[in-house]
Design a protein around this ligand. Structure first.
Ligand code: F6R
Length: 263
């Protein structure tokens, strides 16, 4: 895993957006995996700015989102489809027909999960999957104890996750306790993975992800098995790592190497 520790959330957004921009510039019809939550919003704003400055076009890009609440249709304000349209898709030239968010209102969600998996394969697989990180180490809605080789399926959310997301449901009578999520095995098949985490409340989950044992108790620790994962974090999220200086040293050396190779 490549660990990139940056000063603050704004630097994390800029660094990670640059990875996505480079990917699209290298392969205009690439397949991107997106995440929701608070963490990627600044990165999405960077992508919107890059589009507006004509640095990048999304017109040939396809995308898959990690997860969706079960029971919410795409026009529900708390649905992840609504979030993606609002925070990114409505502001760039992506073809909405090429964007896939698991259907939270499907009449047969089990079939919908199998269909979602098939669709990823038909598109040729995901080039870069973006991930946020739950305080309990979840990625997508793969809560602790999820199989590390799980596929897209319905998951029951932990109370901590429900509480963490309650801020978005303040005025609602119904907050779903179930979700469709891409599985950990599905995520690990992406050719590249970029995980973002910022703030002190992610520090323990980051330490467990990077330095802990590979365990279903911290689903993100499965990323240790992936050959092309970049973890982009701010100083606060890095604060419980024991070898911060070493990670920073490696990154400086990587940058020197990349520069000398013209990458
Ligand atoms: C959202 C998702 C979740 C979030 C995680 C962190 O699509 O998959 O795993 O990435 O809950 O959420 P924030 O960024 O709000 O702290």
């Amino acid at each position: 895993m490549k660990i990139v520790i940056l000063k603050d959330a704004s630097a994390v957004a800029k660094y990670s957006a640059a990875i996505f921009i480079k990917q699209i510039q290298n392969k205009a019809d690439c397949v991107l995996g997106f995440a929701t939550g608070s963490t990627p919003v600044d990165m999405y704003n960077e992508l919107i700015n890059a589009y507006k400055n004509r640095q990048v076009s999304f017109d040939q890009v396809s995308s898959f989102n990690l997860d969706e609440y079960l029971g919410l249709s795409g026009d529900h304000q708390q649905s992840y489809r609504f979030f993606m349209n609002d925070k990114l898709f409505d502001h760039i030239d992506i073809d909405l027909a090429k964007t896939t968010v698991p259907p939270g209102d499907s009449k047969n969600p089990i079939d919908a999960c199998a269909h979602f998996e098939r669709k990823i394969i038909e598109c040729g697989g995901i080039d870069i999957q973006l991930l946020g990180l739950g305080r309990n180490g979840h990625i997508g809605f793969n809560e602790p104890s999820s199989s590390l080789s799980s596929r897209t399926r319905i998951k029951t959310l932990k109370q901590q996750t429900i509480n963490d997301n309650a801020r978005f449901f303040k005025d609602e009578t119904f907050q779903p306790h179930l979700a469709i999520t891409m599985g950990i095995g599905t995520i690990l098949e992406a050719r590249k993975i970029v995980l973002l985490a910022t703030g002190k409340n992610k520090a323990q989950a980051i330490a467990d992800t990077i330095q802990g044992p590979i365990t279903a108790q911290c689903p993100a620790s499965a990323l240790q098995l992936h050959a092309n994962t970049v973890i982009v974090i701010d100083e606060l999220a890095a604060s419980k790592l024991t070898n911060i200086d070493f990670f920073k040293h490696i990154e400086r050396e990587n940058q020197k190497l990349e520069k000398s190779l013209g990458l």
